[in-house]
Ligand binder design. Structure first.
Ligand SMILES: CC(C)(COP(=O)(O)OP(=O)(O)OC[C@H]1O[C@@H](n2cnc3c(N)ncnc32)[C@H](O)[C@@H]1OP(=O)(O)O)[C@@H](O)C(=O)NCCC(=O)NCCS
Length: 177
């Protein structure tokens, strides 16, 4: 089935929230953990604040998101996001996150979502670096990021311990200036 990618607008955040609930419930269930939370942790990630989508790129806390949908449907099945730093002095950097529901992985959607975010960063003069963090055991994601030019610049051993597993964290960056 074909999929479409579009920028997320505040009016559609509820569809994103439903996708994110399904996605986070898959972390560590069936394969590896990809989130720093147990899937049912009530202290887990907070929802997306729609106001952040409309902040200008020279304001701390700005965010831009893109979502993927099966063609002709309203439901969201994957996302990529860029988040500006929380320091005014670091607004030339942003951090990327991505997630695709399991049934839709391995079909080229990750590459397409990454391209949407990277193209945006390249077209935005104020953004010079795109950073990301990925668990060391997430070899599929690391291969994708490397193929797109991201460099591994650091490793934090034993960053989190989830369900008895000690997990390393890899820092990666891409220069888009
Ligand atoms: C990681 C993720 C975003 C990749 O997206 P995807 O749609 O599955 O990947 P694609 O089909 O676009 O594949 C792109 C590349 O990823 C890598 N990859 C993806 N699936 C792979 C697999 N099963 N085995 C090996 N490499 C794989 C390959 O390098 C592939 O390159 P290719 O197109 O030349 O074969 C997606 O699998 C996902 O959301 N996983 C769970 C959440 C997650 O890990 N998020 C990242 C947290 S930092």
């Amino acid at each position: 089935m074909t999929t479409t990618i579009e920028a997320l607008v505040p009016e559609k955040v509820a569809q994103y929230d439903a996708h994110f609930s399904r996605h986070r419930a898959e972390s560590g269930r069936g394969d590896y953990h990809f989130m720093p939370f147990e899937p049912d942790d009530p202290e887990g990630p907070r929802g997306l604040d729609p106001r952040m989508l409309e902040l200008p790129l020279d304001d701390v806390g700005w965010q831009r998101w893109w979502v993927a949908r099966p063609a002709g449907e309203d439901r969201v099945i994957g996302h990529v996001d860029l988040k500006g730093q929380h320091l005014k002095a670091a607004l030339h950097r942003c951090e990327l996150g991505i997630g695709i529901e399991r049934a839709w992985r391995g079909q080229g959607l990750g590459r397409r979502l990454m391209a949407a975010a990277i193209d945006f960063a390249r077209d935005t003069p104020s953004i010079e670096w795109v950073d990301l963090r990925v668990f060391g055991h997430n070899l599929n994601a690391r291969a994708l990021y490397q193929a797109l030019g991201f460099e591994e610049i650091g490793l934090v051993r034993d960053l989190v311990r989830i369900e008895g597993e000690s997990i390393d964290d890899v820092m990666m960056t891409l220069n888009v200036s």
